[in-house]
Design a protein around this ligand. Sequence first.
Ligand code: GLN
Ligand code: ZN
Length: 766
Amino acid sequence: MARSAVLGLPRIGPDRELKFALESYWAGRTGAAELQETARGLRAASWRRAQAAGLDVIPSGEFSLYDHVLDTAWALGAIPQRFGDAGRDRSELAGYFALARGTADARPLEMTKWFDTNYHYLVPELHPGQTFALDASHWLTQFHEAGALGVQTRPVVLGPFSFLLLSKGLDRPLDLLETLVPVYGQLVRELAAAGVRELQLDEPALALDRAPGELDAFERAFRALAVEAAEAGVEIALATYFAGLDTSGALERVLALGAAEVHLDLVRAPSQLEPALAALAALGGASRTRLSLGVLDGRNVWAADLDVALDRIDRATAALGSDRVTIAPSCSLLHVPYTAAREDGIDPEVRGWLAFAAEKLDELRTLHAAAGAVKRDALLAPAREAISSRRTSKHTNDPAVRERAGALSTADYDRAAPYPERRAAQRERVPLPDLPSTTIGSYPQTPEIRAKRRELRAGAIDEAAYERFLEGEIDHVVEVQERLGLDVLVHGEPERNDMVEYFGERLAGFAFSAAGWVQSYGSRCVKPPILYGDVSRPRPMTVRWWQYAQSRTAKPMKGMLTGPVTILQWSFVRDDQPRQETATQIALAIQDEVLDLERAGAFAIQVDEAALREGLPLQRAQQDEYVRWAVDSFRLTVAPARPDTQVHTHMCYSEFTEIMEHIVRLDADVISIEASRSDMDVLDAFTGAHGIEYPNEIGPGVYDIHSPRVPSPEEVERLLELAESRVGRERLWVNPDCGLKTRRWEEVLPALEAMMEAAKRRRAAA
Ligand code: GLN
Ligand code: ZN
């Protein structure tokens, strides 16, 4: 009989209980005991739900008070020196949170994206000569807790290979495997002594492009650990996810290692099933390795096509026998919300197509039952009905949208004139000084703005009062910019709580959950819009605010839009058509807004693509195709803008070297990027230093908006000089790194003053 399993469960709490418990603990309102109590309660509830769903393999140890990579570093004793005594007693929560959040004297560990998810982990810091000292209590505690509830769990541990590759501080991190593997060996022994029979070793790093030497290192490490595990009587289930091992080069090697089980993500990479079965067949009776089939999408919120999943399960069962098959979601359910059933604000038809974590457990149960059954139709009927309703619904099929997208030709992706002609037309329409200055869009989202939004939602004020309030905010923002002498103004985005949600709420094809939170990092959660249908724009979304703002000033007011790729990237996106098609639909919807802004008189229109780069597939072989359609979507969005309309884009990161040719192909008139923290080094990518020179205008950020620190005019001047020496004055704009919405006015005003003073000095310099 096949087993059912999950690699991990959501942990923030169905009502974000962990978030609130953490914040209360950090604020000193409650103590460690209360926080631990909440955490215990959340774990117990998760295990009970998993048990009630009939799961054969239930995880433990993946629950974290902040982050599972931090848990691993903490347990291994990889604690940077600047934290002093923290970690001497690893039950001390204050030390643990010091690494996560920093202290007065020690900056926290750096945070970065967990593979291609919107979850962020803390980057372990290692140094040459690094040693480790295990404290296994994280896993022991959770395993015993579950045991006390009558639940035998499979502890989840981030493997040594991925741990090292996710860390920073070492040129050759894998050299440390030799030191680290014995520590993992000790962990396995301690877990065995506590009664653990099976351990899930997560090695997601195996699914990225890997050099043969790296795989050699992995293989040596795994074999050494397997010897320890065998002696201790512990099975190792090796889990990979987010991409395919067939294309990373690791598949055959990993399957030949004799692991008790290997988990493959068959949602992201269904192509690896056949080669995996072939590889196991080639090993013959020598291999008893079970295959764990990740057939339900752990990264998205849609009810699965169970027939597709069953087909995969059947093929594996036929090849291996059912006792060597485990049925599972593709990855941990950390990346989806708790339960769709309570989302009664979502159209019931659409809600029926959703599967959050709870519904995925139901799907697993159904799959498990169906896999062993001769007569499946009755079991599968409800799921089939959801799939077919979704396929034929008018929500997913808007003929007008399809016709418009279907009629596109290559010319629809090009602006009417090449950049040099556009530049001339734009300068004629609106003369700008050397080093024109602007900002990225948002101004401080003050507590007053948030409070007003809450009042509106609660019905305490009406729409008209809210709009009057927003007009007052815009008045202020415009006044400030005029006083500072900025050249291209913005309205400040006070009406937007979020740059994607605002547009999602105004586009057809999006739904919003009430409690669909997923952890982003620590106590922070996001509630991504759910893009379920064909996308169109019923009416203008921003024109009213732009018009009001422009009416307050003679300076050009920049229109401000979010681009199609970023909307896609920060939403749960329909999986019943290629992402590229969905991106085209969004692009056309945003294009409507571009044209309406233009008709209303906008000279400059910015289309933000903050998330373009983070959408890059994990494996190089797939990246080109993605960037091609991502850039096409941007081009489509702005293509029909007149030559004398200045198209801006903004990207919040500083790694462009690898994607420069695509950035050039965006063909925005002006691009603003994050640059201050790299001391303008990012501009090397734009100067031709790596082979491609960026031909259009560029605004490298001249101060860091992520920090409350106010720069001096001299600092900004120096950065501007550096920028001029790289790209020349002709093409250079002056702006901050990103939007200002997270900052306070007390910081924004002096910082922008410094920026404008620096611009003035540079303009005066011959
Ligand atoms: N226009 C947005 C803002 O200023 C851009 C933010 C972003 O790219 N992250 O807030
Ligand atoms: Zn930004």
